[in-house]
Write a protein that binds this ligand. Structure first.
Ligand code: SAH
Length: 447
């Protein structure tokens, strides 16, 4: 098999990244955007020892699960790499990922149907898009897969269309004022990224200009013009002077309006700052939490620990169902936000502490705390062994695991089983339609 060779392939499966999988001459071939059941003429792009990558040249037989997408860029850039698959099949695909992982781990457990998102497109309450010069003009868009080539775009598909409107209006203001886009190679120019956040609850929007310098000619004028775009209540400059792929720098400067916007999860309000982590899908998040609350069978006598508490979203949503909540989080400003959010909602039975959950939980136990339920919502890398051991020593009846990465979740569940906890079922919840990301909830109970 060689690069540029044309081959006829029958697609039999989908990979984790939703690439079509085919087999030929003992090789596994991953074909971009191809679906199971399809027959394609494909061009080989890259050959490794036992596998290769290819792209479709001609679709010979089309899958009934394929939908025609409006813009090729969505799949080209990886912005929405499932956009060519019918939504109900996307939900099946996500469930199947979890089933496959459980099978590999020799766990025979029920996986429920994936809970669909109320919005299939336009669900994101935040966009972060690169700004670059393309063909002599400042453009916003998305990077082509595995590259830093900007593909100019105005319709970001998974993002709230109101956010797209403000992104485009801001781009036009930057163009009109001749503000230079960031040049990654030379580490020169000004605007690196645009970030826009929108409150689903009240429609208010925050615009963040991520810039190489914290001041430059015309900045005040640009900020003033952006503040006049309808619904924009906050304009912030984030200063990122480094040559780095990390999007945001450490410091924010308020250019106009308020430093925060306010959104809701269910009936709980949250103040959100430029750097706050906030769940992306505002309408699906309360469904995720309600499902977790229901599956955990919480009662008004329960003492709950919200490990990995962020700005308090889970604990504050749970507080009214239980006796008390204690949250723990390593990022100091997030802890501060969680405390403020408790006050904002008049919630008096939730407190938040800054530190590592695995270090603090044992000290609470020795102080006499008895936790009935621990909620965990870790980052993609999952839990550490240290955390798992500390949580088991805390001796809760139940551990509610909310996961954004089923691979690390299954690994962690296996460890809990060895330590005397077991689970019956897993429910995938679609927080990120059109993308391969899978969110899951499961409840571990002490045996
Ligand atoms: N539950 C929140 C945040 C989830 S993101 C929400 O849904 O909004 C995971 C959070 O865990 C991050 O805020 C991260 O800073 C925090 N975190 C990571 N490791 C931690 C640890 N060892 N102890 C406590 N918090 C931790």
């Amino acid at each position: 098999m060689q690069k540029n060779q044309l081959v006829k392939l029958e697609i039999t499966d989908l990979s984790y990244e939703a690439m079509g999988v085919a087999h030929l001459d003992g090789m596994t071939i991953f074909v971009n955007n191809a679906l199971p059941g399809e027959v394609v003429e494909a061009k080989i792009l890259k050959v490794k020892k036992s596998f290769a990558f290819a792209k479709i040249e001609k679709l010979i037989k089309q899958s009934p699960d394929r939908v025609t997408i409006k813009l090729n860029q969505w799949v080209q850039t990886g912005l929405a790499s499932l956009a060519h698959i019918k939504y109900d099949k996307q939900l099946d695909f996500k469930r199947q990922q979890v089933i496959n992982l459980l099978e590999k781990a020799h766990l025979n457990k029920k996986v429920n149907a994936t809970v669909a998102s109320p919005e299939e497109t336009g669900y994101r309450n935040k966009a972060q898009v690169p700004v670059r010069k393309v063909k002599g003009q400042l453009e916003i868009g998305f990077f082509r897969k595995h590259s830093h080539d900007l593909v100019p775009m105005e319709n970001f598909f998974t993002t709230d269309p109101e956010i797209d409107r403000v992104l485009v209006a801001t781009r036009d203001i930057l163009r009109k004022n001749h503000i230079p886009a960031y040049d990654e190679v030379k580490n020169k120019g000004e605007v690196r990224y645009l970030e826009v956040r929108r409150s689903k609850a009240n429609g208010e929007m925050m615009v963040i200009l991520v810039c190489l310098h914290k001041d430059f000619p015309q900045l005040a004028k640009v900020a003033d013009e952006i503040s006049q775009i309808s619904d924009v209540v906050s304009v912030i400059l984030n200063h990122n002077p480094k040559k780095t792929n990390v999007i945001l720098g450490k410091h924010d400067y308020l250019l106009s309006g308020n430093p925060q916007i306010e959104d809701k999860i269910g009936d709980v309000c949250f103040k959100i700052s430029a750097q706050s982590f906030f769940q992306i899908n505002s309408l699906q998040t309360p469904r995720l939490y309600n499902l977790a609350i229901e599956k955990a069978g919480l009662t008004s006598d329960d003492t709950v620990i919200d490990a990995y508490s962020g700005i308090g979203t889970i604990g504050l949503s749970v507080a009214k169902h239980v006796k008390s909540v204690r949250g723990v989080e390593i990022v100091k400003p997030a802890v501060q936000d969680a405390k403020e959010n408790a006050l904002l909602n008049g919630i008096e039975n939730a407190d938040y502490v800054c530190g590592k959950a695995e270090e603090l939980m044992p000290s609470w136990v020795s102080e006499g705390m008895k936790a009935d339920v621990i909620f965990v919502d870790p980052p993609r890398k999952g839990l550490t062994l240290e955390f798992i051991e500390a949580s088991v020593k805390t001796n809760p009846q139940k551990i509610v695991y909310i996961s954004c990465n089923p691979a690390t979740m299954v690994r962690d569940l296996t460890m809990y089983q060895d330590l005397g906890y077991d689970f019956e079922e897993i429910t995938p919840v679609d927080m990120f339609p059109q993308t391969p990301h899978v969110e899951c909830v499961t409840v571990l109970e002490k045996k």
